[in-house]
Ligand binder design. Structure first.
Ligand SMILES: [Zn+2]
Length: 321
């Protein structure tokens, strides 16, 4: 199985698995869309099929179809939210229930893999509850955690897991992945470029969950901010014809400005406009960027009221440049 843009990481994992030293608890971190879930499934196959997953046996096929009874995506089981106790709403499974189920032996083979996606969303209390589980696991238990940011993972967990950063694919690798899954080569290349090689975000757009037009406009505005070009910023802002469009653009712009702040702090960037974010960070202070975010928030909040696009565009330009 090809893991686009992750050849080194895959090789490292394959070798470790071959030597029988694959850690029982692994933390995968990387930005949204980078392929953490695909990799978590791959690791489950390493644990359950073997050092070189065959992709054909019933274990591999079930894992690929997200249907293996012993590969448990905890967040999904919990209804998309980590709760320590039952919430009473729709009988969602709680973390406590999950933790009770951990003692039950595997259904199908001799390994059970628990995958905790978005583990940076788990409260400190929940993380503490998990601690004992990771420390003294039953011999059949394996854990994979995924998160965008390791900052909110408590130190006691971090010190007990093997953390691996999941790298973004290059634009070419990303395009190849899209082409191999049946997309038009030209569109694949241009999308891969827009999303800086983030395969998941490209797939979101292909499935209609994102919009490159709004993203491109947000990037144009960010470019203008970086160059202190008020005219270009006003022009890009005024391109919007309605409130919904305006709100979408501002949503992407917020992500880019947050990235600009992250660039100043030296942390990981996640937005569609990382290049622009870096350029803004190069010639603006944190305080200036916070002011810009403030102005965008203010307009976004007002957008539900009576938004006049032209007036708002000129107001925002004055705050951004
Ligand atoms: Zn297999």
């Amino acid at each position: 199985m090809r893991l686009y843009g992750k050849d080194n990481l895959k090789q490292q994992l394959d070798l470790t698995a071959k030597s029988g030293r694959l850690p029982h608890a692994i933390l995968l971190h990387g930005e949204h869309g980078v392929g953490k879930r695909t990799l978590a499934n791959y690791i489950a196959k390493l644990f359950m099929c073997g050092p070189q997953p065959c992709e054909q046996c019933h274990v591999c096929t079930k894992i690929n179809a997200n249907a293996h009874p012993d590969v448990i995506f905890v967040k999904r089981e919990c209804g998309g939210k980590y709760n320590l106790d039952e919430t009473g709403k729709g009988g969602l499974v709680s973390m406590r229930r999950i933790m009770e189920s951990v003692a039950i032996k595997p259904n199908d083979g001799d390994i059970k893999v628990y995958i905790f996606e978005d583990s940076d969303e788990m409260s400190v209390q929940i993380q503490n509850t998990l601690l004992k589980l990771i420390e003294e696991p039953a011999p059949f238990l394996r854990f994979v955690f995924t998160c965008e940011n390791t900052d909110t993972i408590i130190e006691t967990i971090r010190s007990r897991v093997t953390a691996l950063e999941v790298p973004c694919a290059s634009e070419n690798e990303c395009a190849q992945c899209l082409i191999d899954s049946g997309n038009d080569p030209e569109q694949a290349l241009s999308l891969a470029k827009t999303m800086s090689g983030n395969i998941g975000k490209c797939l979101d757009i292909i499935s209609g969950e994102g919009d490159t037009v709004f993203m491109d406009t947000a990037k144009k505005i960010a470019d203008a901010i970086a160059r202190n070009d008020g005219f270009a910023a006003a022009a890009a802002l005024s391109e919007q014809t309605g409130r919904a469009e305006f709100a979408s653009v501002l949503g992407y712009l917020t992500e880019i400005l947050r990235d600009a702040l992250a660039a100043r702090c030296g942390t990981t960037l996640n937005s569609c406009g990382r290049q622009q974010a870096k350029a803004i960070a190069d010639n603006h202070s944190e305080e200036q960027i916070l002011d810009m975010l403030d102005a965008v928030f203010k307009v976004t909040a007002d957008a539900s009221l009576n938004l006049n696009v032209a007036l708002t565009a000129s107001y925002l330009t004055s705050k951004l440049i």
